[in-house]
Write a protein that binds this ligand. Structure first.
Ligand code: NAD
Length: 459
């Protein structure tokens, strides 16, 4: 994914150069210069903060741990993005993730810029006290550059509400008497977190495909039938259909998306397969997701891996290889595990006509091109998995106002925000031959470019 942003910005701006309705004030040489400025501004981060956290471990050893906070762009608002604890964390990856946050926030009109943090550790190799120290050190080292109006971190891979609570506590100690609730999002409810934050990404992932295949499709059937493109054909083939759904990953995102699909009143869904890091479970008649959730909650979040465990869970399903979930004959495949799951070696075996990216970049570029050419509709990560950052924004607002929303209010606002984005991108997506991902990038780049121009940043 290294330097993905450069390609995205180049491609989007090349397509926009000859579109005279976009920034019509900019003509000829001025236009060329302004577009060159945009490429330069959007392709590079504003700031790269790197430190080596000095931490004393339980055995009295002192270690220096690489840590990053990368701030890509804040033209729309304070930088915003998670802090990842993983041994593979490096500057290039954090930088790419920061830039993708800029695009995601711009696309969904969340008034934040893009940032990302990371600490190069395997958190499982540290005990609770050591992790607590690492979190405090992170805040101490970066306290000058983060804050409610500057840069607002959130959980990411390897971090959770626990780490955000610790970090906010440290931020409050370092800056006594200042506002602190908005310094971190994804906190526990008692510490100012938002109801619904935990479920937000999975709910948004499910909403994405429900909105496309139910609401949008029903309202636009006639219009779609007049469009002569492969994606419109795929969508129309799904009118009034009962859907079979497979979900890869049964963690925070996948299990919530699966439960939403199981409960959905709008579509005639059946969740026929779910998987995790060990196994795929398959039942053509549908899997009892609530029973499965009850089991995983008591079993370290792992799915049953034997007939005996299926019996304990009271779930009827066939046990299959872990990766079988990807190539089953289903209508919808929700990818909610890891990046790079659909790739050159398995893309030709994918049968789903709709793929929803709950994880970040689960479909590689090559597989994306191949499947898009076949008319498969891929609802990209930037569009489908934004529920977390949208509800983080609600959490930040609630922290400022010290007025808290009910869970229903949170989900209502989440759906309405995602609906607005879908209504912006879908007509153009079905109107031209570009995949939805490219369409989303284009919208985000257009928004950022217009704001940069209007704020006089291009000269
Ligand atoms: P999680 O750790 O709660 O769950 C991950 C799930 O994937 C687990 O069920 C795990 O067993 C499974 N898994 C791991 N390796 C697998 C493999 N090789 N094959 C199949 N399943 C595998 O994580 P999560 O919070 O649900 O996040 C899932 C993905 O979504 C991650 O890539 C994350 O970066 C992305 N994401 C999460 C959020 C969020 O708010 N949680 C927001 C945006 C993107």
């Amino acid at each position: 994914m290294a330097n993905a942003i450069k390609g995205i910005v180049d491609e989007s701006l090349n397509a926009l150069m000859d579109d005279t309705t976009f920034l019509p004030e900019l003509k000829e040489n001025d236009r060329k210069k302004a577009f060159a400025s945009l490429v330069s501004i959007l392709s590079t981060p504003n700031h790269v903060h790197k430190s080596f956290l000095r931490v004393t471990l339980e055995d009295d050893r002192v270690v220096r741990i690489p840590a990053f906070r990368i701030q890509h762009n804040n033209i729309v608002g304070p930088y915003k993005g998670g802090i990842r604890f993983h041994e593979s964390v490096n500057e290039a990856e954090v930088s790419d993730l920061a830039s993708l946050m800029t695009l995601k926030n711009a696309l969904h009109e969340v008034p934040f810029g893009g940032g990302k943090g990371g600490v190069s550790i395997n958190p499982r190799q540290y005990d609770t006290r050591e992790l607590f120290l690492i979190c405090r050190k992170y805040v101490q080292y970066f306290s000058d550059v983060i804050g409610p109006e500057k840069d607002i971190p959130a959980p990411d891979v390897g971090t959770s509400a626990r780490e955000m609570d610790w970090m906010m506590g440290e931020y409050k100690s370092i800056r006594p008497g200042r506002s602190y609730r908005g310094s971190f999002t994804g906190k526990s409810i008692i510490n100012g977190g938002s109801l619904g934050r935990r479920e937000a990404t999975g709910k948004g992932v499910y909403f994405s495909f429900r909105y496309l295949l139910h609401d949008f499709l029903k309202d636009n059937e006639q219009w779609l039938s007049e469009r002569d493109n492969r994606f419109a054909k795929t969508a129309l083939a799904n009118v009034n259909k009962s859907f079979s759904v497979a979900v890869q990953g049964f963690g925070n995102v996948g299990s919530v998306a699966a439960l939403e699909a199981y409960r959905c009143q709008h579509l005639n869904n059946k969740v026929v397969a779910v998987s995790d890091k060990n196994i795929t479970l398959y039942n053509a008649d549908g899997i009892d997701i609530p029973a499965l959730l009850q089991f995983t909650e008591q079993n370290n979040h792992d799915l049953p891996v034997s007939e005996e465990e299926l019996g304990k869970a009271n779930v009827k399903a066939e046990l299959m290889d872990r990766d079988a979930v990807l190539t089953l004959d289903v209508d919808v495949l929700i990818l909610a595990a890891l990046g790079g799951q659909v790739h050159a070696d398995n893309m030709e075996e994918i049968k789903a006509q709709i793929i929803v990216e709950g994880a970040n970049a689960p479909v590689t570029g090559e597989a994306d091109d191949y499947l898009s050419d076949q008319g498969v509709i891929i609802i990209p990560d930037i569009l489908a998995n934004a529920g977390g950052v949208i509800v983080s924004y609600f959490e930040w607002l609630q922290g400022r106002e010290t007025q808290f929303l009910t869970e229903d209010e949170v989900f209502e606002r989440l759906n309405s925000k995602m609906k607005k984005t879908f209504d912006t991108v879908l007509p153009q997506f079905f109107g031209d031959p570009f995949p939805l991902r490219q369409n989303c990038y284009m919208h985000a780049v257009m928004k950022l470019s217009t704001i940069l121009f209007r704020q006089g940043k291009l000269y």
